[in-house]
Design a binder for this molecule. Structure first.
Ligand code: GAL
Length: 412
């Protein structure tokens, strides 16, 4: 093979899944039923969420998908004639097509859920062997987004045991199961964003970008600090796989859920934004507090997450208390920075149990002059932190994350 052909042969794995109209280029913003309602989903809840996305200002901030997760169909089989999955008439009296059309009328998009196995995780009919029928059905219903799970994988589709670090996971059966649905979706006359949900198996980040627009990297999130930190820590080691068209997905947001305090919720949202993760809200929006709404609407974090010019996520520039820079789910990397259209963003996560002073030292942050001086802005308050020389000391509460934008040079 010539050098050019070799290069071309290598290219597809480096290229993302290009979609019409820029769909999937940036991390998806939206809402999903699972973390709020689990299996207890229906048309009323979906439409209520869609209306609240508008009235709370979330649509104006960019949130656009309203997604149905598991448990939307009847459990027993498919339509005998068409082989289509049948929406549960009690939950969706107007079908999925009815709810999708209402959501579209509100100027939003809608998503649905299936699994690359014989059943969904909650035991409902799923898509393996029916990929083209289901993709065509979803397209016909007006679906814009598919979350594709990994439950009930038939034995003949299990992966061969990987043999060492050189194993090419894009040749795994897992990758193939997800490629079949990708091809079925791409064959439709409708753009359906493809969100892989196989929890990070078969090193999905190494083949996710040629297969879908985002890929879950970890198991299910729960609304508590240990879960948030443990998932966040794992992303640190694979952040270079995220860029335009392809995004590591550390799972949906738990803002508004469980026992996450305000400081922990701020960290969760800031870190997910900075990782350029899909930001999929998963709470009952009718009960959302103003403080949590303000977090979801933070314009500086959303602008970083949705930057049309810079596709790469923030990276740790210093690890803080985890001096070994190794896997540490209690004390992940604490000092992060990233380039953006609004300047360099810097985030300092305090993983310790008490308030401490954390210093954003310009000399340590990639791309900055050690002295500056720079105009800085506090991304939580929106207030100027003034013209700062050398660096800034911030008092960061336990489990909170300070976020600053370091803007243009100034004179002080
Ligand atoms: C899990 C998935 C969750 C949710 C659930 C539904 O596998 O990670 O996000 O979709 O299935 O049963």
């Amino acid at each position: 093979m010539s050098a050019t052909l070799l290069l071309l042969a290598a290219l597809p794995s480096a290229l993302g899944l290009a979609r019409p109209d820029g769909v999937g280029t940036l991390p998806a913003l939206g809402w999903n039923s699972w973390n709020a309602y689990f299996c207890d989903v229906n048309e009323t809840k979906l439409l209520s969420a869609a209306n609240l996305i508008i009235s709370l200002g979330l649509k104006d901030a960019g949130y656009e998908y309203v997604n149905i997760d598991d448990c939307w169909s009847i459990k027993d089989g498919r339509d005998n004639t068409t082989q289509q999955i049948i929406p549960d008439p009690n939950k969706f009296p107007n079908g999925i097509v009815g709810v999708a059309s209402e959501i579209h009328n509100l100027g939003l998009k809608t998503g649905i859920y299936s699994s690359a196995g014989t059943k969904t995780c909650a035991g409902y009919p799923a898509s393996i062997g029916y990929e083209y029928i289901d993709a065509a059905t979803f397209a016909g219903w007006g679906i814009d987004y598919l979350k594709y799970d990994n439950c009930y994988v038939p034995g003949n589709w299990s992966d061969a045991k990987a043999s060492g670090d050189n194993y090419n996971y894009s040749t795994s059966n897992t990758a193939e199961r997800y490629r079949i649905m990708r091809d079925a979706l791409v064959a439709q006359n409708r753009t359906i964003l493809y969100s892989l949900c196989e929890w990070g198996q078969a090193k999905v980040w190494t083949w996710g970008n040629e297969t879908g627009n985002s890929w879950r990297t970890t198991g299910d999130i729960t609304p508590d600090w240990n879960s948030v930190m443990s998932i966040f820590n794992e992303q640190t080691f694979i952040s270079n796989y995220t860029d335009f068209t392809g995004h590591n997905d550390p799972d949906m947001l738990e803002v508004g859920n469980g026992n996450l305090t305000l400081t922990k919720t701020r960290s969760h949202f800031a870190l997910w934004s900075l990782m350029k993760a899909p930001l999929i809200i998963g709470t009952d929006l009718s009960k959302l507090s103003q403080e949590n709404l303000d977090i979801l609407l933070n314009k500086y974090l959303l602008a970083f997450n949705q930057d049309a010019v810079y596709g790469a996520p923030a990276e740790p520039y210093k690890w803080g208390v985890n001096t070994d820079q190794t896997y540490n789910r209690t004390n992940p990397a604490e000092f992060w920075s990233g380039d953006s259209s609004n300047g360099t963003i810097v985030a300092m996560l305090n993983t310790l149990d008490s308030t401490r002073t954390m210093r954003a030292d310009f000399g340590e942050i990639p791309g900055l002059d050690a002295d500056g001086p720079y105009k800085m802005l506090d991304a939580w308050t929106g207030e100027s932190a003034g013209c700062v020389k050398g660096g800034l000391d911030a008092q960061v509460e336990s489990h909170d994350t300070a976020v600053y934008l370091i803007q243009e040079y100034c004179e002080c």
